[in-house]
Design a protein around this ligand. Structure first.
Ligand code: C2G
Length: 134
């Protein structure tokens, strides 16, 4: 069984996220999605999510391409995640191009083109929602 892993916030889940998850699943048979916790987002990404971790986990678990959702609590857990779950392929959108090449010692690393024209930031802007950050 070929295992794929990807990481993200997935707040205000949208078609760009779904496109990423679909393409990630196409690279294997089992997709693990590591969702950043509320604390990690606030402390490390200065992002305040609209939906809590539990709500974002619930939504992503409902996506047909996803087999397992686990929490992302720090930047440094990727190597242990890849080893613990015996992951074959690590996938991220290409806004992260090159940032996780250190994982090439442990698994295949694939950066996929982002879906243009959609983002959580754009949704909030279009709806006139102020983005809260530190
Ligand atoms: N994405 C995409 N197209 C978009 C928006 C997002 O392909 N229009 C992809 C991103 O490239 C990422 C995934 O969807 O691979 C999740 O996006 P975010 O929730 O914004 O993830 P991010 O906050 O970048 O967190 O340790 C890594 C971080 O947790 C990534």
């Amino acid at each position: 069984m070929k295992k794929v892993i990807t990481y993200g916030t997935f707040d205000l889940l949208h078609a760009g996220h779904i496109n990423l998850l679909r393409r990630a699943k196409e690279l294997g048979d089992y997709l693990i999605v590591v969702i950043s916790t509320d604390e990690f987002n606030w402390n490390e990404k200065q992002k305040k999510c609209y939906f809590s971790y539990e709500e974002r986990k619930h939504l992503v678990e409902a996506v047909r391409y996803v087999d397992l959702v686990i929490p992302e609590e720090n930047w440094d857990q990727k190597i242990t995640d890849v080893q613990e779950f015996k992951v074959d392929t690590f996938v991220m959108g290409d806004d992260w191009e090159g940032k996780f090449d250190f994982l090439k010692d442990y698994c295949e690393v694939v950066y996929l083109p982002r879906t243009e024209g959609i983002s959580t930031t754009k949704i909030k802007k279009d709806l006139g929602i102020k983005t809260e950050s530190k």
